[in-house]
Design a binder for this molecule. Structure first.
Ligand code: ZN
Length: 213
């Protein structure tokens, strides 16, 4: 092989990458114009590089696509988890609400008679014969308040003689009947007022329950 060819071929890599000194760059350029063999080697070298870079591009592209898919999957998983939490949260709230909102509290006048109480109870059972009616006396009411409020001193002066708290019923039924019972007994003799959770929005109901406890 020609001595010059040998030198040029040693320099071809540098020439291709444009890292040679000006003199050497020029020398190779001139030689390639006249030497078919070296020119052929140079073309092969370039072609090889093109192949490699296009392969690399392809791999980069695949990596990018995979990254995108991973990102998308992660996002979907996160959305899925959030949705699941929201759904479970709502199921809990609504099932609690429907269980609790079937309750009705009926406060009674202090001078209520046994007869009036009997009337109220039979009216309730007329609407829902399975309703669970619990009666709480004025003493129960006072004691409940004493355990409920933090500053018990406030109630220390109160006893059965001057008890300001009314006796009441707690009626456990279902939402529909609770509403109906309320409508039917609100005007009966001896009923002071009623209080049912069914008029509240479920979320407000839960919040008020949490604050009350
Ligand atoms: Zn040559």
């Amino acid at each position: 092989m020609d001595k010059k060819c040998e030198i040029v071929q040693d320099l071809l890599f540098g020439y291709k990458d444009n890292t040679l000194h000006n003199e050497s760059q020029k020398l190779v350029e001139e030689h390639l114009k006249t030497c078919e063999n070296c020119n052929k080697i140079f073309q092969e070298l370039k072609e090889e590089e093109n192949n490699i870079s296009s392969e690399k591009k392809e791999i980069d592209y695949l990596k990018k696509v995979r990254k995108k898919i991973n990102k998308k999957n992660k996002l979907l998983i996160i959305i899925g988890i959030i949705l699941t939490i929201v759904v479970i949260f709502n199921i809990c709230i609504f099932s609690y609400y429907y269980k609790q909102a079937g309750k009705l509290q009926v406060f009674l006048e202090d001078d209520i008679t046994q007869e009036q109480m009997g009337e109220i109870e039979s009216k309730i059972l007329e609407i829902d014969k399975n309703a669970n009616i619990k009666y709480y006396t004025k003493e129960d009411s006072l004691n409940e308040m004493k355990t409920k409020i933090e500053n018990k001193e406030l109630l220390s002066g109160y006893d059965s003689g001057n008890n300001i708290f009314p006796s009441y019923y707690i009626i456990e039924t279902n939402i529909k009947d609770a509403k109906k019972i309320e409508e039917n007994i609100i005007n009966l003799q001896g009923v002071k007022k009623t209080q049912g959770a069914f008029n509240l929005n479920p979320y407000l109901f839960i919040i008020s329950e949490c604050l009350g406890k």
